[in-house]
Design a protein around this ligand. Structure first.
Ligand code: GLU
Length: 481
């Protein structure tokens, strides 16, 4: 009978995201975390986070911070406290020794040089480079020499993985090596740590990138040697860039933080795009988290690589910007505008910012565009003019502005439609186009020559601020009351 993975248990699943903290949280890792999270939520199960920091030389505190921060931003926090693999080394060693005592593993005294020589010999004889340690069958090891603990891996038959995404995959056991569980310095290997931690955390489904597929038969061999229940595996297809090659820095940012900080993407937009990377529900592009939880299952994950597409992400982002709460957007934009040195926003600017969001958010594809479109509205008075705006306020423009200010002051309520009607009436009276009235107003309000409707801007600024800016540009001492 070939060894195969067991059917999924009926109790609620337990899944984990298990990143190695050697850099920032990447798009691929975030997608793995999301799929684990949605799977857990869909089935009423538990989503766990394990930081695989056993490689002390490559793991950094900054990377751990970046992973936790990125997951929190995406709203993918684990249901229980984070497990740090490095804190579990004693347990890993204990399991290796227990397996040794049962005969499922053996003491191997080969030195690094002997291993090299054995590999070279095997290759020269035309055999595979899979190490065959003489210590597998020897019991006369020297007690006083350091030894590694190796798995006594099966050599006959095959290991079948019924992968929930990739389908049935058969691995001949002849390819399995007696891999090291515990190094001669007493430290556990990655292969041992993963298996022990998944078991101890009660993980029922291992959902991870398909770069881990080759590890699976080895991990299964260890699980079987230990007599532990076998989890269900689901290996997710790789992520490609829009050009169909493996996603890399060449395609732009690969770290989640860059999408937040540099590209101005909302977390729900990134989540929606990540969801569609390899998973589909018909042609539906836009799915809220609630819908995703309701619909997500491993059966909807395809086998072919998914494409990360910045254009698609930005169009999703435009959708989520329109749907977002104005106060939330105003706070995000304020944060971006204030990021520059000495650029703090006063109470008036904050009020204007908040009032402008409902309109401006309908035109932006990212938070940078949203911030740039708000910037000219925010003052402070007197507004600094660019050259084009200054030209519009020369001579005739200034004269028109004086007339415009007088008619606009009479408008009540101080709202877009009434303000525009008053300006139109004035243009008619002066025998000019509306643009000749609106241009100087725009220049006075924003210091620029391009902006959304000036009447909308006046309404957003409010009577005092709006008329005040016109007054500043006219430069007379008339009262604005
Ligand atoms: N720590 C591994 C990684 O970051 C994942 C291990 C696993 O999911 O089994 O690639």
């Amino acid at each position: 009978m070939p060894a195969s993975t067991a059917p999924a248990s009926l109790s609620p699943p337990v899944v984990r995201f298990a990143p190695s903290p050697t850099g920032e949280l990447h798009i691929g890792g975030a997608r793995t975390a999301l799929f684990n999270f949605l799977f857990a939520r869909h089935h009423g199960g538990t989503f766990l986070l394990r930081i695989e920091d056993t490689d002390r030389a490559r793991s950094t505190g900054a990377a751990i911070g970046a992973i936790l921060d990125g997951l929190a931003w995406l709203g993918l926090e684990p249901d229980r406290p984070v497990v740090f693999q490095s804190e579990r080394q004693a347990r890993h060693a204990e399991v290796a020794h227990a397996l040794l005592a049962q005969g499922g593993a053996y003491r191997c005294y080969l030195t690094a040089a002997e291993i090299e020589a054995a590999r070279a010999r095997q290759l020269a004889e035309g055999r595979s480079a899979r190490l065959e340690s003489p210590w597998r069958d020897r019991t006369d090891g020297p007690e006083d020499r350091p030894f590694a603990i190796r798995l006594r891996a099966p050599r006959d038959g095959e290991t079948v993985v019924e992968d929930a995404v990739q389908g049935r995959i058969v691995f001949p056991n002849a390819d399995l090596d007696d891999f090291v569980l515990l190094r001669s310095d007493g430290t556990p290997t990655y292969m041992l740590a993963v298996v022990v931690d998944d078991h101890d955390m009660g993980v029922t489904h291992v959902i991870r990138g398909d770069d881990h597929l080759p590890n699976t038969p080895r991990q299964l061999a260890l699980i079987r040697a230990l007599g532990w229940p076998v989890p269900t595996y689901a290996h997710l297809p790789m992520i490609h860039g829009a050009d169909g090659t493996k996603l890399s820095k060449r395609h732009g940012a690969v770290g989640v933080a860059a999408y937040r900080d540099e590209l101005g993407i909302l977390p729900e937009a990134l989540e929606n795009h990540l969801l569609r990377l390899g998973w589909a529900h018909g042609d539906t592009e836009i799915l809220s988290r609630e819908e995703a939880i309701r619909l997500f299952d491993l059966g909807g994950v395809g086998r072919s690589p998914a494409r990360f597409d910045l254009k698609k992400l930005e169009s999703l982002n435009a959708h989520y910007l329109r749907a977002a709460d104005d106060a939330r957007l105003a706070a995000l934009v304020a944060g971006r505008l204030e990021a520059g040195p000495g650029a703090s926003l006063g109470a008036d600017a904050r009020r204007i910012l908040l009032r402008s969001m409902a309109e401006l958010k309908t035109r932006a594809r990212n938070l940078n565009q949203l911030a740039e479109s708000a910037r000219p509205l925010l003052g402070p008075r007197p507004i600094s003019m660019d050259a084009g705006a200054a030209r519009l306020l020369d001579g005739r423009g200034r004269e028109i502005l004086g007339r415009a200010r007088a008619v606009l002051e009479e408008v009540e309520p101080f709202e877009r439609a009434g303000l525009e009607a008053a300006a139109r009436a004035l243009a008619g009276e002066l025998g000019v186009g509306l643009g000749e009235v609106a241009g100087p107003i725009r220049a006075a309000l924003t210091g620029t020559t391009a902006s959304p409707s000036v009447f909308w801007i006046l309404e957003i600024l409010g009577r005092d601020e709006g008329l005040g800016r016109l007054q500043d540009a006219i430069g007379t001492m008339e009262s604005t009351a």
